[in-house]
Design a protein around this ligand. Structure first.
Ligand SMILES: C[S@@+](CC[C@H](N)C(=O)[O-])C[C@H]1O[C@@H](n2cnc3c(N)ncnc32)[C@H](O)[C@@H]1O
Length: 392
């Protein structure tokens, strides 16, 4: 297995650049990457025109949006109904009538009657970790729910989706919640921004982006986006030219919790988070941790620290699916990070490369994009983020 460095890739492995790119920046997803990763993969694979790109951990649709802008078909799957909703809404085509209806909503909004507490109390916004009322100043909580109910009245599905996305995207700024590592914390000293005002601003920006998009002819090649499980894809064998993806990192966050407020306002159901968790990779503590049939490449550490065993077990299943669905000569680019757990440095990229070789990928390479220092007291450990490149 070859290991090489390409530190130009480091800046593409985080969401920082996406925050500045129209449409990519509609929903802030810290765990996402930049569309340049897809450009790199297409160029590096030497496939001048891949027909179909797959992202089995599609998040908020970075790969899919990048594929669409190059007029390439793509398929995205995510365990989270929130992530797949955002991906689909960001990558759909919209007609001028949709934009007119969005503009009409902006006008209607000004006359929206504020609903009284008695009405709002009957609206079941239930979140499994705490009462959402605790997450917002009272005014913002009321405005968010009033807008949610008004959006529900819109009869056009596409317009409703766009409005909902705008609403979900303002939750972090309008709340007094801090996303701190893997947990949500209520921070009473945080200044929440006025929900209605930032929703209005967001919607105006989205309308502007959509106008520019259609003026530059980015239409068609809308991806197929599904809620699903990367470990068991409902896709035909040998139909994918290129996989570009980034699975949850080992010992990372529980997406169903950290984006739980957004998920619950989208689904208006407390149980949705549990469904997301059932489908999710066992990459964080809290899921059932029985180590069942661990890949041999992991070694004894997978038994000693069960989360490591279950993570690689699940990643092995996802890699089998990538291998099955790729055409011969197709390549998978998998963005991962090495981890330090209980003072143990886990070389995730190398283990995945070895698993890849065993399950039939002929050519495995690790391209290191960034090195970071993990402060795991009492020591400091140099870890890295890389692309595991697997050719079938
Ligand atoms: C690192 S994020 C991907 C971010 C994406 N590259 C982007 O730019 O938005 C990993 C995603 O994997 C999803 N996920 C976790 N377990 C999954 C599974 N078993 N199948 C499919 N998706 C899963 C999470 O919900 C999360 O959205």
């Amino acid at each position: 297995m070859r290991i090489s460095n390409n530190f130009e890739l480091g800046k593409l492995m985080t969401f920082e650049l996406s925050k500045e790119i129209p449409i990519h920046n509609w929903f802030w997803y810290k765990e996402g990457y930049a569309p340049g990763i897809v450009d790199y993969a297409i160029h590096d694979s030497q496939m001048s025109a891949p027909k179909t790109i797959l992202d089995p951990f599609c998040g908020v649709g970075t790969t899919l949006l990048a594929a669409k802008s190059k007029k390439i078909d793509s398929i995205g799957i995510d365990a989270s109904s929130l992530a797949s909703f955002i991906s689909r809404t960001k990558t759909n085509d919209y007609a001028p009538e949709h934009l007119q209806l969005l503009e009409a909503f902006l006008t209607k909004m000004s006359n929206l009657r504020e609903l009284g507490d008695d009405v709002l109390r009957k609206v079941p916004w239930e979140f499994e970790l705490f009462d959402p009322r605790a997450a917002f100043p009272r005014r913002n909580y009321n405005d968010l729910l009033t807008l949610r109910l008004a959006i529900e009245q819109e009869t056009d599905d596409s317009v409703r989706d766009l409005l909902l996305l705008a609403l979900l995207s303002v939750i972090p700024q309008s709340s007094i919640i801090l996303k701190d590592g893997g947990v949500l914390k209520i921070d009473r000293s945080k200044r929440a921004m006025p929900a209605k005002e930032i929703f209005r601003r967001k919607l105006k920006n989205m309308i502007k982006d959509l106008k520019e998009n259609s003026a530059s002819g980015v239409v068609g090649h809308c991806p197929q986006v599904f809620v699903g499980d990367a470990r068991a894809l409902d896709l035909m064998t040998e139909t994918i030219d290129l996989v570009v993806t980034s699975p949850p990192y080992l010992n990372n966050i529980d997406y169903s919790k950290i984006y739980g407020l957004e998920l619950s306002l989208l689904s208006m159901s407390k149980s949705e988070a549990e469904q997301v968790r059932m489908r999710a990779l066992r990459s964080f503590i809290g899921k059932k941790m029985k180590v069942d049939g661990m890949p041999p490449e992991v070694g004894e550490i997978g038994f000693r620290i069960p989360i490591i065993g279950t993570y690689f077990r699940d990643m092995e299943a996802a890699m089998y699916e990538m291998h099955r669905t790729l055409v011969h000569g197709g390549t998978a680019y998998v963005v991962v990070s090495n981890s330090v757990i209980h003072q143990t440095h886990v070389l995730v990229d190398e283990v995945l490369g070895e698993i890849g070789e065993r399950i039939g990928f002929s050519d495995c390479e690790i391209i290191v994009g960034a090195e970071r220092i993990a402060d795991v007291k009492p020591q400091k450990v140099k870890t890295r983020e890389s692309i595991v490149k697997l050719r079938k």
